[in-house]
Ligand binder design. Sequence first.
Ligand code: NI
Ligand code: MN
Length: 227
Amino acid sequence: MKITFYGHSCFLVEAGGKRILFDPFISGNPLAHSVDVQSIHCDYILLSHGHVDHCADLETIAENNPGVRIVGIWEIHDRYSQKGFKTHPMNIGGWWTFDFGRVKMVNAVHSSSWPEGSYSGSPAGFVLDTADGVLYFAGDTALTMDMQLIPMTCPKLDLAILPVGSNFTMDYHDALIASDFIQCNRIIGCHFDTFGFLTIDHEAAKSTFASKNKELILMDILSTVSS
Ligand code: NI
Ligand code: MN
């Protein structure tokens, strides 16, 4: 499994022979000006919720990738299928087997609306179970007891992408507790630094994890991590 960071909560995951893009928000991110949205190639787009800092570049990327399938909760499927895109609807707690592996949609504690303000379904996270590894992408969420269900219902995680920026999501202290709940010691942080009120002290965050013999990876934009 190879993971490339495009800033904020946008990651490209290469696993099971496919390219899976999460939460495309790039052109509005002042930290991500080095990322060329037009050159992104993907087979799937998994969208955690409808907030603009997750879906802003989705339609551009989907138009550039005619075979792409958009995966999200029912209301996400509803919106994009009506616009003519290929979609796959899911809902919280369900599994579906795609050609790259299985996906479980899991709970997130957050809000969710489209940029124009209408309801976009519940926010969600995803667990990907692929031949190249098992990954949890939490989406925007608070620390929640439901995370304890993941190791009870999914194969052992190799990596997890958790928000760490506070204000809109959990902070890195809560993410450390989340890493216990999900029984995963290798965490990639997201949803930090993008806007002024998400700024974190990288060394303090990483040492907080290191003190518990866990790893917090704060990726540079366009850098990659392999599991
Ligand atoms: Ni959000
Ligand atoms: Mn967000």
